[in-house]
Ligand binder design. Structure first.
Ligand code: SF4
Length: 258
């Protein structure tokens, strides 16, 4: 079963990729709110949540995050990372930039060793305020599951008919290396389509995009929990390692999570 994050501040959890992570969910706690509808989304399909779709307010996020960081610092247990994730896409929040500034201020005051990470689907990076905010965080982690629009339409199902991977890649280039690319590899079937972003055509085009974007790091992973689409398969560790080796050949560090 897929599941929502039930709080604005959640965890800390031990993240496969980030260490001890205190989560911040800017999206509704009772509903998913995302401009993608990925077939592997751990929160489920967008259509399962038709109502109650409002963002958590900046003031509430600041207050709750401050309280939790104070508690953790008092216990000598500051998190390794404060991670913006949760029930949808954090950069769609209208106050995203201000919330990032609040978070950096709280981090500097209370848990200065914690990194600030944002897990984003990269759809909003062309907006100047989102671009500025992501430039200020420690880990700007942006999704790129395929460089083919047809694949992304099935795998990630962007809400915008105008979405194009080319514009995402162009936006990624503008960070001049201050980004981490995250890619979910999987295969299976969905709605009569075969899906596999590990084919040579997919991987070699994805590698060319990475060579262009020059991220500071790449995170590759595969399915870990229940997915809303049923016929999806994990990619075995040795296959992910083989893909990782091809990224490393460009001099870009890679982490592999299985
Ligand atoms: S971008 Fe993230 S939150 Fe949105 S549908 Fe995809 S996996 Fe879910």
């Amino acid at each position: 079963m897929t599941a929502l994050f039930g709080d604005i501040i959640f965890g800390p959890v031990r993240s496969r990729r980030l260490g001890i992570s205190l989560g911040v969910n800017l999206l509704p706690v009772v509903s998913k709110l995302c401009n993608f509808n990925c077939i592997y989304c751990e929160c489920g399909w967008n259509s399962a949540f038709p109502a109650s779709r409002s963002f958590n307010s900046r003031s509430e996020v600041r207050q709750l995050l401050g309280e939790r960081l104070h508690e953790m610092a008092a216990a000598g247990e500051c998190p390794d990372v404060i991670t913006f994730a949760g029930n949808g896409e954090p950069t769609t929040h209208p106050d995203f930039e201000a919330i990032i500034d609040d978070t950096i201020t709280l981090r500097d005051e209370i848990c200065p060793s914690a990194k600030v990470s944002v897990l984003s689907n990269a759809t909003m990076i062309s907006r100047p305020e989102v671009f500025r905010a992501l430039n200020r965080v420690d880990n700007n982690i942006l999704k790129l599951d395929s460089v083919f629009d047809d694949t992304v339409r099935i795998l990630n199902d962007p809400a915008s008919p105008a979405f194009s991977v080319a514009s995402v890649i162009e936006g990624m280039r503008k960070f001049e290396g201050r980004l981490i690319v995250q890619t979910m590899f999987l295969r299976g079937e969905y709605a009569g389509h075969k899906i596999d972003n590990t084919t040579e055509k997919e991987v070699s085009a994805w590698l060319s995009a990475l060579a262009e974007v020059r991220p500071e790091k790449v995170m590759i992973y595969t399915i870990d929990r229940d997915t809303p689409a049923e016929n999806l398969q994990k990619i075995p560790a040795d296959e992910l390692q083989a893909i990782a080796a091809r990224v490393e050949a460009f001099g870009i560090p890679v982490s592999v999570s299985v």
